[in-house]
Structures are given as C-alpha cells and as structure tokens.
Design a protein around this ligand. Sequence first.
Ligand code: T3D
Length: 262
Amino acid sequence: MSSTTTTVALSIEQQVARITLNRPEKLNAFNREMAFALQAALDECAQNDAVRAVLITGAGKGFSAGQDLSEVIDPQGPGMRNILREHYNPIVSKIRALPKPVLAAVNGVAAGAGANIALCADVVVASSTASFVQAFSKIGLIPDSGGTYFLPRLVGWQRASALAMLGDKIGAQEAERMGMIYQVIAEETFPAKAWELALKLAQLPTVGLALTKEAFSLSATQTLEDQLQTEDCFQQKAALSADFEEGVQAFLEKRPPQFTGK
Ligand code: T3D
C-alpha cells in the first residue's frame, strides 16, 4: 500500500511503514501542508494493523530543516502562536503514543523542529554525512518539538544547554558519541541498512515493544516505586501475548522465533 501527498510519501511493505518527508528543494522544511500530512501518515500507521514498525526519513540530501521560515513571515500563514500547537506538538505526541517502534533514519541535515522530531523517535540512526542543529537560538527562538525534554535526557543537561544556546551544527559521529543517536551508518549503505533495521523492528514482539516504549516514557516522570509497579503491570500484559509464548517455545526448541506481533 502507498499514498503520497505532495509533501509526504507513505508506503507499507513487509509490515514496515516508510514515511518520507518530501520537499527536497527546501531540505524538507515543514510547511503547514507537510506538518498535517505527517500527522495523517502517523495516524494511518497507528490504525493499520499491517504496520509493525515505522521508518521516517527525508527525500534528497536533507532529513528536515525544521520550520519553513518563509511561511512564518507569510501574513496568510498560520501565525507563530499556532505553529507549535497545530503542527509540531501533535507530531511529537503521535510518535510517542504510537504503540509500534519508530525508527528515524536521518539521511542528511536535521535542523530545528526537524532535529527534534527525529530525536523523539525510539531508535535514531544517521548517515555518516548527516548533521544535527538546534537552529532555534540563531533566530531568537527556543528549542521546541520536544527539544527541551528529549535533548537533556539524551545528552545530559550541560551538552543540551550548550547545543541549544550556541546552535552549533554537529556531525553524526559526534551525535553518536554524545548518545544523542543510536548509530552512524556509512553513507553508501545507509538506505539499505536503515531498511534492514526497520524490518528487524517489524519482526520483533510488537506488544512487548509497545509496552517497553510506554514504560520508558513513563520513567521520565515517575518515582522508582511507581516505575517498579509499571513494570509489574506491563510485564503481566507482555506475558499474556502470543509472542511471549512463541519466544519461550522457540528458545526451548532451539529455533528462531516467528513473532506475529500479537
Ligand atoms: O513559529 C515558529 O516558527 C515556531 C517553530 C519553530 C520550529 C523550527 O524548526 S525553528 C528553526 C527553523 N529552521 C532553521 O532555522 C534552519 C534554517 N536552515 C539552516 O540553518 C540551514 O539551511 C541548514 C543548516 C539546515 C542547512 O544548511 P546548508 O548549507 O546545507 O543548506 P542551505 O544552502 O542553507 O539550504 C538549502 C536550501 O534550503 C536554501 O534554499 P535556496 O537558497 O537553495 O533556494 C535554503 O534557503 C533552504 N532552506 C533551508 N532551511 C530552510 C530553508 N527554507 C526555508 N526554511 C528553512 N528552515
């Protein structure tokens, strides 16, 4: 299955939904249409049982340059006040609420909201030629799209603060070294390796991964005692899944498991 708006392409193959941000001439900067199209694609991924993993990437040489700055000064545009509320906050919330793993495959520069949308994914990999910029301070804004939440948690307060204030562009290797992303992949093999990783995620026990994702999200605000209770409750749910039974059976029979995502 595939659907393409002019700004976002969605295709579903082998239980992986590939979402491609598609304004390459603008380094996939977000205009209003692209923000809504990404929200719609994420809704489709959430509702479609044929999807067990989501890969988000960019067309052309960039991942996303964040907000299309020509739109913010357009008097016909959405206006500053509404941009976060209508465009980016729903995107981040939908990625975090999606009960399936989301892989951000950062193929090139990721700036502003583009960087932070990538960083809220469950697994973030980047091409060796990719880079990350908290571009906000250069135009008098603050990090948004979850940047003030995810960045300090990923790289620590001090680095997050320096990256946000100085707005330095850092390469993929540096991002990996800081723990901002999971892995750098050589440019030549990037699309194939990112796809392999998405396929792997789609073949894992989906219920368990969804519960893992939710437990990690809850850990950001819960006490240890609450978190232990969450683990107890979620583990009981995971243990009721068909994939738990299959995982144990396959281990005992010394064969690879065939998870169905149920
Ligand atoms: O109300 C609100 O706005 C709140 C929402 C905030 C969310 C945000 O994301 S704020 C941050 C917005 N993004 C930026 O400030 C990034 C601006 N872009 C850059 O700093 C650089 O372009 C990059 C570091 C991303 C990449 O640099 P480079 O040298 O690889 O490419 P370039 O030559 O600068 O850009 C290529 C083209 O894309 C160029 O167009 P041209 O000259 O070839 O016709 C450039 O203008 C265009 N482009 C890049 N970023 C944007 C953009 N056009 C519109 N908006 C952009 N954000």
